[in-house]
Design a protein around this ligand. Structure first.
Ligand SMILES: Cc1cc2nc3c(=O)[nH]c(=O)nc-3n(C[C@H](O)[C@H](O)[C@H](O)COP(=O)(O)OP(=O)(O)OC[C@H]3O[C@@H](n4cnc5c(N)ncnc54)[C@H](O)[C@@H]3O)c2cc1C
Length: 312
């Protein structure tokens, strides 16, 4: 019998789970609330510029993740950045798209509720139930989301997972700046240990991102200012950037983006969670993060466990 699995979240964890489950004979369908895929491997396009406004780069220390990066590099969806680490091409989300390959991904599908029935898992978005191939229910369910977004969905099925409650995410306000003429900053990535800003990233050295700068606010400043208006944040972060960099040129484009769950500060210290009784898997950077590699390994290893449990 076909083993169908609904994977909620098409970031690196969901994609890694989908790839491995598909390779092991499952039929995965990924759902994501966004139009595109990649989650925090994100790319914002404006008329003239392309910004990596989420994760700016990532590294591999594990052979399994390195094998994926090698294949993406071979397909030119990944580039080694002069400042260190790997970057997606043509933007960070390009790496996620290439990693997802032919997986079925349904976008603009925000899952709000799930239900375990005798036939399997039924999932619902705001507009109603999402039909699975066959009898309308999925054999298994994977939630590959930041843990604070997993908990309310599981609550709709009366499931509580205590390990998720201790996870802490740092938020991050990011500022995107576009310049007609690429500014000349001393270094591609400047880090700050103290103060409101954490990083200034000159993206000009990334192919196709000439004239763009992305600024990350630190976790403490982002927390303090989390609910503020994004226009106000953009103006204040621009002033902070100009003071820190000494660059007075006014940008032609500026926009701020709030990541409520940016980086894991305290993980659950588990590789993933697999609840065999419910055929329910949970993965993401919250498991053993922070970072993209941790998200990948969580999804990848969850899929291996699920396949072993299903004798696949
Ligand atoms: C500003 C910033 C800087 C970072 N810097 C680094 C770095 O330098 N190095 C590094 O390794 N990592 C960095 N990270 C972290 C890294 O991006 C993440 O650890 C990793 O991408 C997480 O992948 P994930 O699949 O676990 O989650 P996500 O990428 O968050 O994917 C979850 C997906 O679920 C979707 N979703 C959420 N709720 C629902 C729902 N109800 N229904 C359907 N879909 C839903 C979202 O749209 C998203 O696509 C950074 C992140 C940010 C934001």
């Amino acid at each position: 019998m076909t083993k169908t699995v609904a994977i909620i979240g098409a970031g690196m964890a969901g994609i890694a789970a989908g790839r491995q489950l598909h390779a092991n004979g499952w039929t995965p369908t990924l759902f994501d609330k966004s139009r595109g895929i990649g989650g925090r491997l994100a790319t914002r396009r404006s008329d003239h510029w392309r910004f990596d406004h989420g994760c700016p780069h990532f590294i591999a220390t594990d052979d399994r993740f390195q094998a994926l990066l090698d294949s993406l590099h071979h397909r030119r969806s990944l580039h080694i950045w002069a400042a260190g680490g790997s970057i997606g091409q043509p933007g960070m989300s390009g790496a996620a798209r290439a990693a997802a390959g032919d997986l079925t991904v349904i976008g603009q599908a925000e899952v709000t509720a799930v239900e375990k029935t005798s036939c399997g898992w039924r999932i619902a978005e705001r507009d109603g139930v999402i039909e699975a191939p066959g009898n309308g229910a999925f054999s298994a369910l994977v939630l590959a989301l930041p843990s604070p977004q997993i908990m309310p969905i599981l609550k709709t099925a009366d499931i509580t997972i205590p390990a998720l409650q201790n996870v802490v995410y740092a938020p991050c306000w990011t500022l995107m700046l576009g310049f007609e003429t690429a500014p000349d900053l001393a270094t591609p990535m400047q880090r700050f240990d103290h103060g409101p800003l954490e990083k200034i990233i000159d993206e000009t050295g990334k192919p196709g991102r000439a004239g763009t700068i992305v600024v990350h606010a630190g976790a403490a400043w982002s927390r303090q200012n989390l609910e503020r208006d994004k226009e106000d944040i953009a103006a204040e972060m621009l002033a902070l950037f100009q003071a820190a960099s000494g660059l007075g040129t006014a940008p032609s484009y500026k926009s701020a983006h709030r990541w409520r769950y940016a980086n894991v500060e305290r993980s659950a210290a588990v590789p993933f969670i697999w609840d065999a009784a419910h055929s329910l898997g949970l993965a993401g950077d919250w498991a053993n993060g922070p970072g993209v590699e941790a998200a990948f390994l969580s999804g990848h290893d969850l899929a291996a466990e699920m396949s072993a449990a299903a004798n696949l």
